[in-house]
Write a protein that binds this ligand. Structure first.
Ligand SMILES: [Zn+2]
Length: 444
């Protein structure tokens, strides 16, 4: 039974049911309100305790199913029966300032509220969606505690950290973070900004939406101002005497062009882009219509990243791969032709005799314990591929060299490919083979 189910059962007992007006009991209206808000509170509070990023309230055949997304995975935590089910949805919508009438349940709405829990304040963002079984509500939980953003704690290895910090010393240039949705791009961008946000510089951001409000920065919410898009917003920002500009995302050629021009005219510009790898980002910018000369002169660095679940430290145990798994591991490892890429990462193939099939690869997993609620994982860790522009790379981009060649140039200047970082973090016991397989099988 989940902790939430346990708390719910203590709140909604046969005794409460007998008394409360909800079930035709004799207690007054206040008890009903109190009971419903107590249920809403424990659902929110337990989500924060368990580090959930989202809460799903899903209409089922009878009542409501509640799931938490923890470290990227959904878990069922509670089933709520009627009449509490519909009252909870109503209660949450009131808290978020959303419409309650019958018409409003047929459309999709947004709303939000803030609530202090323990030492931090949390921002709860609701969205409703009409399903055939009734209204579904999803809450995104954002922690407004900026002290959580620490570049040194993201999982970037020391050597790469030095390379990133060197880029942050630059007065101008474009620094992009890429990866799929939910790969922690925003966290990286905020952590980068936190390193350089001082009173002597003017930081202006354009975000969609502003996820965290940070002291001393001028943040603009693109979503709140309709028709004020990234490209237009960026033109306005440039008239605001900025030193550093954060553009939430580069989605189109126009934004890419303005951001690049800003970067070559004395501004440090941070942004994210939808691409799978560092080299993929260069290709994507060119495909958006950016001239290769602009890409090669504006871009100073690219961080490609993924998030994987971190093995629970309380129940972590080592195990030997089966011969088949070890063979697969070996093939992936040897698939990386460049010994230099492995040298960059300081990774060594454990247990293997050169070129031979081996059955002695040792990796790690969580066995499952009370601390990790039997999942074997607690929290997540980032996997990174960090590209820094060199003169050699600049020339190669200008000459339109093939991506494989660009990649070799990057590796020569110290880049650790994402798949190598993934294998290294599995070997070191941060994460499991299962978590990194999707990264290993990606086309490079
Ligand atoms: Zn555990």
């Amino acid at each position: 039974m989940s902790h939430l189910q346990d708390r719910y059962n203590k709140l909604i007992t046969p005794e409460t049911k007998k008394r409360a007006s909800l079930w035709g009991g004799t207690e007054k209206q206040e008890e009903k309100v109190h009971l419903v808000s107590s249920v809403a509170n424990i659902v929110l509070e337990q989500a924060v305790i368990e580090r959930a990023s989202d809460i799903h309230f899903e209409p089922a055949k009878e009542g409501l199913r509640i799931r938490y997304r923890i470290d990227g995975i959904l878990h069922i935590v509670l089933n709520i029966e009627e009449p509490v089910a519909s009252l909870i949805i109503r209660r949450l919508k009131i808290m978020a300032g959303m419409q309650l009438d019958a018409v409003a349940t047929q459309i999709s709405q947004d709303g939000r509220f803030k609530q202090r829990m323990g030492a931090s304040e949390y921002d709860f963002r609701l969205s409703s969606f009409p399903t055939v079984l009734g209204e579904k509500v999803v809450i995104r939980i954002l922690n407004s505690n900026f002290s959580d953003y620490d570049l040194g704690k993201l999982g970037i290895d020391d050597k790469s950290l030095v390379r990133i910090r060197r880029m942050l010393q630059l007065k101008n240039g474009l620094l992009l973070v890429c990866g799929p949705t939910g790969s922690g791009k925003t966290t990286t961008l905020y952590s980068l900004l936190k390193e350089i946000n001082t009173t002597s510089i003017n930081v202006v951001t354009l975000e969609d939406p502003v996820e965290y409000q940070i002291d001393g920065m001028n943040q603009c919410d693109i979503k709140a101002k309709s028709k004020f898009l990234f490209a237009d917003g960026l033109k306005a920002v440039l008239r605001q005497d900025p030193d550093i500009i954060l553009v939430g995302e580069i989605r189109d050629g126009e934004t890419a062009e303005i951001a690049s021009r800003a970067a070559i005219t004395g501004h440090l510009v941070f942004s994210s882009i939808h691409a799978n790898s560092t080299i993929g980002t260069i290709v994507r910018l060119v495909n958006m219509g950016l001239e290769p000369y602009l890409v090669s002169y504006a871009l100073v660095g690219v961080v490609a990243q993924r998030l994987v679940r971190r093995i629970c430290p309380q129940c972590r145990t080592s195990y030997q791969l089966t011969p088949d798994q070890a063979d697969m591991w070996h093939r992936y490892f040897e698939g990386w032709q460049s010994p230099l890429a492995k040298e960059n990462a300081n990774i060594h193939y454990v247990g293997a005799v050169e070129g031979e099939k081996t059955s002695t690869v040792t990796l790690f997993k969580g066995e499952g314990c009370e601390y990790c609620q039997m999942t074997g994982y607690v929290g997540r860790i980032g996997l990174y591929e960090i590209l820094t522009f060199t003169e050699e790379l600049r020339q190669a981009v200008l000459q339109g060299k093939a991506t494989t060649e660009l990649k070799q140039i990057c590796i020569r200047s110290g880049m650790v490919p994402l798949a190598i970082d993934a294998m290294k973090k599995a070997q070191e016991g941060w994460t499991t083979l299962e978590e990194i397989v999707p990264i290993l099988i990606e086309p490079n």
